[in-house]
Design a protein around this ligand. Sequence first.
Ligand SMILES: [Zn+2]
Ligand SMILES: [Zn+2]
Length: 482
Amino acid sequence: MYKCPGCGAPLRFDPKSQKLGCMFCGRQVDPRDPTLAYANEAEGQTPVGGTQYDSQTGEQEYAALAYVCPNCGAKLLSTEETAATFCSFCGSNVVLDERLDAESAPQRIIPFKVSAQECAEAYKKRLSRAFFAPSSMKKDSEIAKFRGIYMPYWIYSYSTEGMVESDGSVSHRTGDYIIKTNYRLYQQVSGRFSGISYDASSSFSDTLSEAIAPFKAESAVPFATSYLSGFYADVSDVPAEVYAAESEDVAEDFFVDNVMKDPAYPLHGVERTKVRNRMPVRVRVEEKGYFPVWFLSSRTHDNKHINYAVVNGETGKVAADIPVSFGKYLLFSLLAAIPIALFIWFFIVESSEMSLSPMNLIMLAGFVSVAFFFMMNSGLNQAYARENYLNDKGYLKRFGKPNEGSMPFARKLRYLLKPIIGIAAVVVFFLWQPNEDLYYYIGAAVSFVMLILSVLDLVRIHNLRVQQPIPQFKKRGGDENA
Ligand SMILES: [Zn+2]
Ligand SMILES: [Zn+2]
């Protein structure tokens, strides 16, 4: 904890003024003021917040209090004694274990610009558009659990220097001849691209970090531990190599795009791939950065999964897993069904030439069933990807891939069986072509009953898509040697 030079009370970083403010006397201090003092300076020990050079790893380290969740093993760092009574990653209400820890210090930090109050307002605004969201999500006591966490990111920088040599050709027709001219273009390039960033924590899913991107990596300032006052930091456990190839691709594309802006390239028929293959992308600098994220997790109804909500602490962009409440959804569906049924009856059936003949009806049922089948299948694949972190390179690197690349069909069948029965009923009556209208009505009825049941499954699948299993950081091994 940093203490106020005036009165000795704790200082907190204030996103509005970008200064450390005293809650007691109102004094403001620059976060990098060299005279800032820690409250717990003890003899012989590095005080919390203090930094030291680790001669073994060659890294700068800072001393922090580590708060470890006894349930899921997730670790959060802080520079002050707080009574942490809930876990931001698994959503459980527990007192987190506390211990002194040394963490490798980032080179840069983007200080929080969005205050706790602004975060809550942005989130409430997002929820106000979510009509089917469970009311429990909108409670102030729930929203108060947003925690300001600095998430570790890797920031990559690339440069290019040298000669790009590329070939092209242009053909044109003169009379009976096609004349092809070959060209070789040379261009001297020199450039730098920095600020490509990827999150370096396996506890922060890439799905979430992408949803609230981008951060302006160029607005990062040199790190000082005082910025953490009043906030937390997540541990970085994803090595920088994980995103090396990906970030190099981004940089390469950027350099090639700039070179290709020269009209000489299209004019002489030089293809983009030719330039890309010759692009001399060399030097890479990796820096660790702390980026500000407001973080909230809540348990789902079954108490086995988590819905996350995150707010970009620099821009205020919100990303939230919003489940659909069955109660609200059914009520709405019933209320909406009455006017829709009346509308169809009066305006389409009564007043139009088109009739709901048995044949038309069964075809309609078939089309809708096929559409449902594909919607459900794609939703289930998305749910599986989320559940197994398939889009999260950092997580997969640390915990490994699941055995199956996509959801096993046997598990999907629980949902897909209904549209399949619906489709089968339509196909049977279509092939059979009975003379009695009644049979067509039976086929269509079977199909529509399956569709009505499937609507509830669609809600279930939506809820699967926006949830993650409760994380287990300690049980899956990794580099946690606590
Ligand atoms: Zn003060
Ligand atoms: Zn936890």
